[in-house]
Design a protein around this ligand. Structure first.
Ligand SMILES: Cc1ncc(COP(=O)(O)O)c(C=O)c1O
Length: 379
């Protein structure tokens, strides 16, 4: 038989999904595994959102919709962006995608030519590099300062004639760090000085604890060169709905639309009606989930501190990023096999020596997880 695609063979499987699968296998075997390895809110989608979706289904919203999204959702997103993210956005600068992940994939396909380089500050979430790779580009990793988790001038050393884009994610998965104004300004200046595009994944913007979220596109002329990625999975507990979106200059949206038209066609029609309710409805549900995450975050960081671990600044998202001195893969394997706690080694995020623990689990399970980690140990 002829060889399958070399391009796809070169792409690593998603480490977070692999570990979760291993944990699920242990669970199926009857082992009580506490799964802190995946980035998924443990809350149900708020009722007014599911009701809107059910209402749409009952009304017969089960047909094809415009590929970029239903006009009602495009309008709701563009209003949200102008109001909250503070940059101008017309509805035709928006594309609704099958999750933020799909927006990242389409965005990379739209911008990159073979050999183009994308600077990726690390630690970084697992899917950016594969999306760059699928689009024929090359990822250039740039480790951030591992104390402050902010950017500094050293990132300039990564820029060369092949650099096409910088891809950032604040609040960050996996570190929980939030880029401050200085880091954001540095990215904006870099893009303006070297004529680069930017991708700014802001999916955790609502899950932030005492810090200010700054949208990259709100700085200088960045709206002309930025793909802002966002979605409904994290803020509204809608992971399974597979709904995300991108906001970008019109030529980029047009190019992304081509990819979308010939791949997934569109996001699910009735699901988009749920998203309209999410954006237009009462935002109290977001705040109540955020404050519960905040309570868990404080607990986790304090408990880990008592055990002698330090964490990256847990200012956003729902992850404690824990510094370990031994081999992170081995320690995470011990935690899973001996302690039955699933965590993700930092190596999966290009940051060996760290382990990511999600605190998107009930307080009771987090208490139990801390006890188990204490028993297994491993620093
Ligand atoms: C930083 C980041 N971006 C994007 C995504 C993808 O989210 P979605 O469920 O909208 O595809 C995730 C999910 O884990 C994430 O952590």
């Amino acid at each position: 038989m002829k060889q399958l695609s070399a391009k796809v063979a070169a792409i690593a499987p998603s480490a977070t999904i692999e570990i979760t699968n291993k944990a699920k296998k242990m669970q199926r075997e009857g082992i009580d595994v506490i799964s802190l390895s995946i980035g998924e809110p443990d809350f149900d989608t708020p009722k007014h959102i599911t009701d809107a979706c059910i209402g749409a289904l009952k009304k017969g919203e089960t047909h094809y919709a415009p590929s970029n999204g239903i006009p009602e959702l495009l309008a709701a997103i563009s209003e949200k962006i102008a109001k909250e993210n503070k940059f101008a956005c017309e509805p035709d600068q928006v594309i609704v995608t099958c999750g933020a992940k799909d927006a990242i994939y389409e965005g990379m396909e739209a911008v990159l030519n073979p050999g183009d380089e994308v600077i990726l500050p690390t630690p970084a979430w697992v899917s950016y590099e594969p999306c760059v790779q699928m689009a024929g580009g090359k990822t250039v990793f740039h480790p951030v300062n591992q104390k402050t988790f902010q950017l500094d001038d050293s990132i300039l050393e990564k820029v060369n004639a092949k650099t096409k884009m910088i891809s950032i994610n604040s609040p960050s998965n996996p570190s929980g760090a939030v880029f401050d104004k200085k880091s954001m300004k540095l990215v904006a200046d870099l893009c303006e000085d070297h004529d680069l595009y930017a991708m700014s994944d802001e999916i955790y913007e609502k899950l932030i604890y005492g810090k200010e979220h700054i949208s990259l596109a709100s700085l200088g002329d960045m709206a002309q060169r930025t793909i802002t990625v966002n979605g409904f999975s994290k803020a509204y507990a809608m992971t399974g709905w597979r709904l995300g979106y991108a906001v970008a200059p019109k030529p980029i949206i047009k190019a992304m639309s081509r990819v979308q038209q010939h791949s997934v066609s569109q996001a699910t029609t009735f699901a988009m009606w749920g998203a309209v309710a999410a954006l237009r409805g009462d935002q109290k549900c977001v705040e109540s989930m955020r404050s519960e995450f905040d309570r868990r975050r404080k607990f986790m960081v304090a408990e880990l501190g008592k055990m002698g671990y330090t964490c990256a600044p847990a200012d956003g998202a729902f992850y404690a990023f824990v510094k370990v001195t031994g081999d992170d893969n081995k320690i995470a394997t011990d935690w899973l096999e001996k302690g039955h706690v699933a965590a993700t080694p930092g190596s999966s995020f290009y940051a060996p020596g760290w382990i990511r623990l999600s605190y998107a689990a009930s307080m009771e399970r987090l208490h139990e997880a801390m006890e188990r980690i204490k028993k297994v140990g491993g620093k």
